[in-house]
Design a protein. Structure first.
Length: 119
């Protein structure tokens, strides 16, 4: 909870001063913290800011985006995101596939989970 509050405070300060990070690593840390604490609105804000600044996704951010879409139960967006990741040449990690497969299983979409497992 303390780390989450610190993340929120940092994001608030950055928004107020109109100084946002210029690298994907910092965005990844912020977005991941917000999503893990179910602050989907602020996570969405950070994602949009990142896009507006033409900062590319890395696999950590893509995994966080996937978690966000699973929390919103937006399974179509997860599938689209996965296709974009593969097409872009990003290298999914074991953690990425754990989130992907687990999200579909938890959502009741076992056939999709099995298909991704076989990839």
């Amino acid at each position: 909870a303390q780390n989450y509050q610190l993340t929120c405070d940092i994001l608030k300060d950055m928004k107020e001063s109109k100084v946002m990070p210029d690298d994907e690593k910092t965005y990844g840390i912020i977005i991941d913290g917000l999503i893990k604490n179910n602050d989907l609105e602020e996570a969405h804000y950070a994602i949009e800011e990142m896009k507006n600044r033409d900062i590319k996704n890395n696999i950590q951010i893509s995994t966080s985006l996937m978690q966000l879409n699973f929390k919103k139960r937006d399974f179509k967006s997860v599938q689209n995101l996965h296709n974009e990741i593969i097409d872009s040449g990003q290298k999914p990690t074991t953690g990425y596939f754990n989130v992907l497969i687990g999200g579909f299983i938890n959502g009741g979409y076992e056939p999709e989970a099995i298909n991704y497992y076989k990839e």
